[in-house]
Design a binder for this molecule. Structure first.
Ligand code: ADP
Ligand code: MG
Length: 340
């Protein structure tokens, strides 16, 4: 029998392969595989469902990720996928796989974080599953949400000349991870050393305890704007723009000097000798929202703080970055590929 290695397909190739083997049979299933959440017709509204899994050794390292933060993050990254559909998260189920390294007190801590997030995002924990794990801690969360039928935002709705906007700032979570990794190596070399993360607390915080931008969904509703397309930034701006662009059948032009990057991110980028733009494009785990609006809607959102226009959608299918030098660079996806 033929054997194909997973990395020949990559994560997205594999998902596509699964997708082509299934047809939606129920009229209630409005949107299946391929967006941030599935869309189910429940009558007067749509229900949204999404799952995200965090694995020890792949997504987090228990030597520096506090369990409370881990619980919080596991919920936040799920709520983020509901926000990416312009929806409001309502409930979660939590599946946990526990290795024998995890004590009852440790489980308590994870659930304290989950509870904090449930309160922050007003979601109810309604169930889950508990098993033992031989390969470290696993936290798998499924989230449900709701959205009015005329307000759902798919990845596929962007039109030529729509303005491309991003919330918050980019690249910080990536450098947060670099700092944590560096401190871990230094600690291994010299265990008596106490890490000094004070100065970098912004970056480390973005990595360990990201927030879902549910606030932005409420702000957009207040000004009466429905994004023409939306996605959350889990793998990195580059990868997500390519998703919007491919699924919408349009191109995109973004501008280096418009990318929202904090000073501390810039400074740390220099320290690590990594381009801040590369980190903003490919770092990932920002959990900000990337969305497009019609030009006519832009006036209504331009005063919302924390939303930055970074470019616009174009007729030809290219996805390009206009550098400060004036030169154009083609954008390639180099987001996290957990399968490699
Ligand atoms: P996100 O980064 O927003 O969480 P993913 O890239 O994980 O999205 O998933 C993209 C789409 O593929 C989603 O619709 C998701 O439900 C679907 N998907 C991912 N993995 C699987 C799988 N193993 N089987 C079926 N669908 C999957
Ligand atoms: Mg997503």
């Amino acid at each position: 029998m033929e054997r194909t290695e997973l990395n020949t397909l990559g994560e997205f190739g594999l998902i596509d392969r699964i997708k082509t083997k299934f047809n939606l049979q129920n009229t209630e299933s409005v949107k299946g595989i391929g967006d941030d959440a599935a869309v189910i017709d429940i009558g007067n509204q749509y229900m949204l469902i999404s799952t995200d899994m965090l694995l020890e050794g792949v997504h987090f390292d228990l030597s520096y990720a506090p369990l409370r933060h881990l619980g919080y993050k596991a919920v936040a990254v799920n709520v983020s996928d509901i926000a990416a559909m312009n929806g409001i998260a309502k409930s979660i189920t939590v599946g946990i796989g526990l290795s024998n390294r995890i004590s009852v007190e440790a489980v308590d801590e994870i659930y304290e974080g989950i509870k904090f997030a449930c309160e922050d995002y007003k979601v109810d924990l309604i169930g889950g599953d508990t098993t033992s794990s031989r390969s470290g801690l696993v936290i798998s969360i499924t989230v449900t949400g709701v959205v009015d039928k005329d307000k759902v935002a798919y990845r596929s709705g962007a039109k030529v000349n729509d303005i491309l906007c991003v919330t918050g700032d980019l690249g910080a979570a990536y450098f947060g991870l670099q700092i944590l990794e560096r401190e871990k190596q230094e600690y291994i070399a010299n265990p008596s050393m106490q890490p000094d993360l004070e100065e970098k607390s912004y970056l480390v915080g973005k990595q360990l305890k990201p927030e879902a931008r549910a606030d932005i969904i409420h702000e957009l509703a207040e000004v009466g704007v429905v994004p023409s397309a939306m996605i959350d930034i889990s793998d990195g701006l580059a990868s997500e723009i390519l998703h919007l662009s491919t699924q919408s059948g349009v191109g995109a032009l973004i501008f280096e000097d418009k990318l929202p990057i904090e000073d501390i991110t810039m400074l740390t980028a220099t320290e690590f000798n990594i381009s801040p733009v590369t980190a903003a494009l490919n770092g990932g785990e920002d959990y900000q929202l990337l969305f497009t609006v019609k030009q006519a809607d832009f006036d209504k959102i331009k005063n919302i703080s924390d939303i930055t226009p970074i470019g616009y959608m174009t007729e030809d299918k290219a996805v390009e970055l206009v550098l400060n030098s004036g030169a154009k660079a083609s954008i390639q996806a180099q987001g996290w590929n957990h399968l490699q």
